[in-house]
Design a protein around this ligand. Structure first.
Ligand code: SIN
Length: 316
């Protein structure tokens, strides 16, 4: 295993960002440094191959980039001499990319996304250590599935969520907790690897073929419940031809009666409606009088991805 290579795919983000002053951690431009330069500056990394898949601020993540990324990951994972894949990514939509990749690829080898909260030009950039830690995870015996490494913590794609705007340790895994910690180039696990979904080995290839052929992804949007919410946004989205709606409800997925009326109207027209919660912890639990199915523990952004994949009939 140890003589196999790790492929590091670059997509941009703060980890590749540059500011005009080293002391400035905010006014930088993301996605400026190539992944080969980022990796080349880290001593002690052996048997590494790099590839620049995209160079974007992840707030601008697109279905096109996701499709290219899924293709390139699958290509590399299928090579016998590749042990795993690491992806450098912006923190802002990292949890969405991680969930998408897990749902589509369900890889039997490790796919580890990593990131940084300080640009590459910072006095003390966090990116190099995060890359090193991600490679440690990708080389770990038995590692598989899509995971996220940030600030020494290892998260599963299912549970990870960005929970802080500024601190280096910007991610949490809520009630599920971390898979483990990366300490001094060693992964110390505190729970099992996430369960693999029950999909066929060839499904990833089929899913990718389907993604490559799809002309337009389904229109699925997120609406939120809040004090004084009404149905105007939902009505407008229905008029625009939305195919699915995720409602980020309050508490246990509750929805203002005016918003609920509009969502019921949408549902009656055949639009798929899923109920998630705007709470960052906990899951929506079923109740006897539920009008909309729950997101099965998925956050609103992940429930949206799940709904798009369902509408495209992609297995996850
Ligand atoms: C991005 O998400 O690309 C920018 C922000 C970050 O990486 O922290």
């Amino acid at each position: 295993m140890q003589n196999k290579k790790i492929v590091i795919l670059g997509t941009g983000g703060t980890i590749a960002g540059v500011a005009s002053q080293a002391s400035n951690n905010i006014d930088y431009t993301a996605a400026q440094v190539g992944v080969s330069d980022l990796v080349g500056a880290i001593a002690g990394l052996n048997l590494i191959e790099t590839e620049q898949v995209a160079q974007i601020d992840s707030k601008d993540m697109s279905f096109e980039v996701w499709t290219v990324l899924a293709n390139r990951i699958q290509h590399h994972l299928m090579q016998n001499d590749v042990q795993g894949v690491v992806i450098t990514h912006g923190t802002d939509t990292l949890e969405e990319t991680a969930y998408f990749l897990q749902a589509v690829l369900n890889p039997s080898k490790p796919v580890v996304l990593t990131c940084a909260m300080r640009p590459a030009s910072a006095l003390a950039p966090d990116g190099p250590q995060n890359i090193l830690d991600a490679v440690t995870v990708a080389r770990h015996e038995g590692a598989h599935g899509v995971m996220v490494v940030c600030a020494g913590d290892l998260h599963s794609a299912l549970d990870v969520q960005k929970i802080h705007t500024y601190q280096l340790n910007a991610f949490g895994s809520g009630d599920a907790g971390l898979i483990g910690f990366i300490e001094e180039n060693t992964l110390n696990k505190v729970r099992n690897w996430p369960l693999a979904q029950q999909i066929q080995a060839q499904t990833a290839t089929e899913n990718i073929a389907f993604l490559n052929a799809v002309r337009a992804w389904p229109k699925v949007e997120i609406v939120m419940n809040y004090a004084g919410a009404n149905g105007a946004l939902v009505d407008a989205l229905v008029a625009l031809g939305v195919q699915g709606l995720v409602v980020a409800g309050t508490g246990n997925g509750t929805v203002h009666q005016a918003l609920e009326a509009a969502l019921l109207n949408a549902q009656a027209k055949g639009i798929l409606v899923v109920r998630a919660t705007r709470c960052t912890q906990g899951r929506v639990l079923p109740r006897v009088d539920d009008r909309f199915p729950s997101s099965n523990g998925l956050s609103p952004v992940k429930a949206r991805i799940e709904l798009m994949l369902k509408l495209m009939k992609i297995t996850s």
